[in-house]
Design a protein around this ligand. Sequence first.
Ligand code: HEC
Ligand code: HEC
Length: 369
Amino acid sequence: MRSIIRISLFSVIALAACRPEPKPDDNGDGGGGHVTTAYTLQIPANFPPMTIPSDNPMTVEGVKLGRFLFYEERLSGNNTQSCASCHAQTFAFSDNGNRFSTGIDGLQGDRNSMVLQNLGWESRFFWDGRAMTLEEQILQPVENPIEMHETWPNAVAKLQADPAYRELFHDAFGTSSIDKYKAAKAIAQFLRTLISGNSRFDQFQRGEIFPTLLEQGGILLTQQEGGDPANGLGGQWGADCFHCHPHGGARFTDGLLRNNGLDSLFTDLGLGGITGLPQDMGLFKTPSLRNVAVSAPYMHDGRFNTLEEVIEHYNSGGHPSPTISPFMKYTVGGLQLTQEKKDQLIAFLNMLTDPEFLNNPEFGDPGPP
Ligand code: HEC
Ligand code: HEC
C-alpha cells in the first residue's frame, strides 16, 4: 500500500494566465477599453496543474457565456437539442444511460456518448482521438448530421439576433460580432471548469479518509500485475489495470489509444479509421474511470451495461487480434479473479464517484441567457 500523502483539502492555484487587460471595444458606445476578469480554477491538491492554451485564457465572462452555450438548444437545427442533451450532469455529463445517442433527426450513431470531466488534462478527444484540442472538438457536434445537425453560419445568426448573446459575447471577447471560433472558445472554457476531484479516492489520496477493507483490496489489485494462467491458479494475482488506467492525478488513464481486446474482428476501426494505419486498427481512447459507476453503459459502443460485465471482460482476458495491447497478456486463461477480488474491484470503481461534482449547481442549466 502506498503511503498516504497528507495535503490540505484544496490548494487554490491561480492558473488563468489572464490579467484584466484592455481589449478592443466595438459596441459603439464610445466606451474605452474592455476588461475581463481572470477565472481562478479550483485545482484539487492531489492533481497536477492544468495547462490552459495561451490563445484562450480562462475568464469569468468566457465561462459564463460557455455555460449558456452548452445548454443552448438554438445550436441545433430544430432548436431542440443542446450539448447537455447527450451530456447530462447527473451521468457525469454522459448520455442518460443510453447506449447510443439520438440526434435531432432521430438518427443514432454507433458510439457511446463520453463523460465530460477533467478535460483540461486530456490531450486527444473522441473515442478515436481525432480531435487534438477541445476548441477543435467542440466545432464538430453542431454540424454532425446525426447529432445537432445545424450549420455554424445558421447557429451564429440565431445567436447574433439575440441581444442577450450580443452582450455576453461582448463581455467575454470585447466584441458583439459572433463567430463559431469564439463560441467554441467559450464552451471550452466552461468545460475546463468541470473538475471532478472529491471522490472517496481523492479524499484517501489527500489523507482525509481511510478506505474500507474491500476498497483497500481493490486499490491494491488494480496495481498488481496479472498472474500467468500457464503457471496454475492462486498466488497474488492482481487485476493489472494500472498500465492503462494509472492511479491518481486527474484521470485514471494515461489518455493513450489502445485495443483492450474487445473483438477479434473490428466493426469500428477506431484510430485506424482516421489514420488508415494497420497498427491503429481497433484502438480507442483509454477512458477515465472517474464517476464510472454513474456513466453506464461502457466501452466505445456501450456494449456492457454493468461494471460487473466490464470486470468479467478483463477477467476472461478478451479476444486476440493483431493490435491487442501487450498489457492484455492472457487472452487464454484471463486473470482468474475470485469473486472476492471482483467485489474488491467494484468497490474501488465505486470509490471514484464524486457526488459533489455530479450535483454542483455551478455546472447546471443556467436557464435562458
Ligand atoms: C447527439 C448527442 C450529442 C450531442 C448533442 C453532443 N455530443 Fe458530445 N459526444 C457525443 C458522442 C456520441 C461522443 C463520442 C463520439 C465519438 O467518439 O466519435 C461525444 C464526445 C464528446 C467529447 C469528447 C470527450 C473526450 O473525452 O474525448 C466532447 C468534449 C464533447 N462530446 C462535447 C460536446 C459539446 C461541447 C457539445 C455541444 C456543442 C456536444 N458534445 C454535443 C454525443 C453528443
Ligand atoms: C490494455 C490496456 C487496458 C487495461 C489493462 C485495462 N483497461 Fe480498461 N479500458 C482500456 C481501453 C482502451 C478502454 C476503452 C475501450 C473501447 O471502448 O474500445 C477501456 C475501458 C474501460 C472501462 C469502460 C469505461 C467507459 O467509460 O466506458 C472500464 C470501466 C475499465 N476499462 C476498467 C478497467 C479495469 C477495472 C481494469 C483492470 C481489471 C482495466 N480497465 C484494464 C484499456 C485498458
